[in-house]
Write a protein that binds this ligand. Structure first.
Ligand code: ADP
Ligand code: ZN
Length: 643
């Protein structure tokens, strides 16, 4: 791309130079016949010169053509005579001659009563052509280059330093409304407040309302983060300034920072408005994460962003929305209060949501009566909004190719297969067996949480893949904010973490790799209990050097300086293993006792993909009132406090 642009550039430069040369030679070409100096002298001596303008190197003169045919060579006479006449008299002609070093000239001109003047050599036209025009052209090209070359490497970006105007996409009206965004209602609801504020910043200010400066929209690619941000702008009726994080990061140190400044300056002018930074992770990666040396440019850009976010006054109605699918690698400084302190999660849609999204995109498409979008939704677990939009589009194209008048179910099926094939390559679709495993795994977590008095209540279970690592999740809402945790509470949490793995063991007699994160967290927790909180009888009330917490940053851990003996180290390891082993036993018992409920919950999950609190309550209630299933004691019995 860059190479092509450069060739184009040189082509243009050549064209412009050519035009200039032609123009110069045309306009500056003497309109008069050039004659030898000797002939000029002859004419002067003969009294034929009327007026003369003595320039630095030439003399322009007006001569009387009459009677000069004897004085001049024939060819020259005819050339002069053929020149267009001056207005003053029919016999007058203009000639020009090259000036020769001639001290007598002035006196001779005087003697011949010629009106003469000094150099007025360059007329305004020639000045214009020779100087002003080329400069104007060069400046035009400069501007053009700046605009063209902003993004690409090479010449363009060198010239465009600090001028981000070209890459900030400004939409005065996005035209997207909340109605165009389907299936992510929770995220929409959370952004409703931002819309209210942008509509009427004055009102919020008067009431002393505090408005977030930055909202981070977190979600997998194609889940509609950009769409959502545009919808906020559309609903509020404010301009939408967008730029991608990766565009900030340039080769040249300082460019990105200048762009950030420029972006914010533009936003201030257009307030109220929305700044949308896509791929925030590209520029907001934690500092130091790249290892030795780091990336100076990115760091400068990030620092500039932080400075600008702190510096500007959100009360004027500028709100920064940013999108990322990797919040965990963001620099913690970006997430501090006053920056991106609000997070809105955008999940892949569930069955209902998928149907709603399909409906939105099917609006402009003629559907045959046999089409049931609910069926399409059921067949597309794990699809994001963009994938669903793609399906409708593919189906419409397919139908058109076949010459149909409406999109039929067969077209949609075909499109699903196609999109699935594409997604499978990118590893984003679970096969049914995997899905079942995840359903049991999450049901295990949920049931253990519900069986432990000190564990947080389950608010939602989902087997919709989220992000790269998590295939499903069980969400627990703490009943209250906790600062101190008792040993019994920590043990209950440990149990919940192991619930997923144990459920897999019970159901399949085998385990999967899906519990890796659970096990890491369980081990971490056990290690903390023993080395930090003094919760081990064998080791006593002692703390040991903290394992360096890399909780948020994926910074490779530094080698630890160990300050305890090998013997103690072995003891610590033993104690950790014991805690985990005991927890494993407790959880195995709990889940075996509730095997029937586990099966029922997993089946419900497979069907609905998401089970919320009311659905879970209903299921648990049914299980309690019908404990008939083999060996399932009443739920109350399973609540035995952990050892
Ligand atoms: P992201 O920014 O999360 O990668 P986009 O917002 O760019 O995703 O989504 C790409 C396209 O997919 C949108 O333009 C829209 O057509 C479609 N899309 C995604 N999510 C939704 C949704 N929830 N409702 C309707 N359309 C959606
Ligand atoms: Zn798990």
């Amino acid at each position: 791309m860059a190479i092509k642009q450069q060739t184009m550039l040189w082509y243009w430069v050549a064209m412009i130079i050519l035009v200039l040369v032609l123009a110069q030679s045309y306009f500056l070409k003497p309109q008069t016949t050039t004659i030898p100096y000797s002939d000029f002298k002859t004419l002067l001596a003969a009294g034929k010169v009327r007026e003369a303008t003595v320039g630095r190197s030439t003399i322009d003169a007006e001569i009387d053509i009459q009677g000069t045919d004897k004085l001049l060579p024939a060819a020259e006479y005819h050339a002069i005579a053929a020149e267009s006449r001056t207005q003053t008299a029919p016999e007058l002609r203009q000639i020009v001659t090259d000036r020769v070093q001639d001290p007598q000239l002035t006196s001779e001109l005087q003697a011949a009563h010629v009106r003469f003047s000094g150099s007025v050599q360059s007329t305004w036209l020639s000045t214009l052509l020779a100087w002003v025009l080329p400069i104007a052209v060069i400046m035009l090209m400069w501007g053009w280059l700046m605009r063209k070359g902003m993004g690409g490497a090479g010449m363009g970006s060198v010239m465009g330093i600090g001028q981000s105007k070209a890459k900030v996409y400004v939409e005065t009206a996005t035209g997207v409304r909340f109605a165009d965004v389907a299936g992510i209602d929770e995220a929409k609801a959370e952004l409703e407040e931002v819309v209210q504020f942008l509509r009427d910043p004055q009102r919020f200010r008067r009431l002393g309302g505090k408005i977030p400066k930055g909202v981070l929209i977190v979600g997998a690619p194609g889940t509609g983060k950009t769409l959502l941000a545009k919808a906020v702008a559309g609903e509020a009726g404010v301009p939408f300034l967008s730029i991608s994080g990766s565009e900030f990061v340039e080769m040249f140190v300082g460019v990105g920072a200048a762009r950030v400044r420029d972006l914010f300056a533009q936003a201030q002018q257009r307030a109220p408005c929305i700044i949308f930074i896509d791929e925030l992770d590209a520029l907001g990666k934690a500092r130091g994460i790249t290892g030795v040396g780091g990336n100076d440019e990115r760091e400068q850009t990030l620092n500039q962003l932080l400075v600008q976010m702190d510096g500007f006054d959100s009360q004027r109605g500028v709100i920064i929305l940013a999108a990322t699918n990797r919040p965990e690698i963001l620099d913690p400084a970006l997430l501090r209060p006053g920056r991106f302190d609000r997070h809105v999660a955008v999940d892949r849609p569930d069955v209902k949501g998928r149907e709603a999204i399909l409906k939105v995109h099917a609006k402009g498409v003629v559907l045959a009566p046999d089409v049931d979008l609910a069926v399409v939704a059921a067949k597309t677990p794990g699809f994001a909004g963009a994938d669903l939009a793609n399906i409708i589009n593919e189906a419409a194209l397919h139908a058109a190719r076949e010459g149909k008048t409406a999109v039929q179910m067969a077209d949609l099926e075909e499109a699903i297969d196609r999109v699935i094939a594409g997604l499978e390559k990118r590893n984003r679709i679970m096969n049914p067996k995997e899905k079942e495993t995840v359903a049991y795994h999450e049901s295990g977590h949920a049931l253990v949480a519900e069986s432990r008095p000190h564990a947080d209540r389950v608010s939602k279970i989902s087997i919709i893949p989220r992000g790269i690592a998590a295939l499903g999740y069980t969400q627990q809402l703490p009943t209250e904010e906790r600062y101190l945790l008792k040993r019994s509470e920590l043990l209950d949490r440990l149990d919940v973490l192991l619930g997923g793995r144990v459920a897999e063991e019970l159901v399949y007699g085998d385990v999967s790799t899906g519990a890796q994160d659970d096990l890491r967290r369980a081990t971490d927790m056990a290690r903390h209990m023993i080395t930090q909180y003094g919760m081990s009888e064998r080791l006593g009330q002692v703390t040991f050097d903290a394992p360096r917490q890399g909780a948020f940053l994926a910074v490779p851990e530094m080698p630890q300086q160990v300050t305890y003996s090998e013997e103690t180290a072995r003891l610590i390891d033993e104690e950790i293993a014991r805690l985990i082993r005991e927890s494993h036993e407790r959880v195995t018992q709990t889940l075996s006792e509730q095997r029937g409920t586990l099966e029922a919950l997993a089946r419900l999950l497979l069907e609905k993909e998401v089970v919320d609190r009311p659905a879970l309550d209903a299921l648990l209630k049914a299980a309690r009132s019908a404990p008939a299933a083999a060996g399932t004691p009443p739920a109350g019995a399973a609540r035995a406090a952990p050892a």
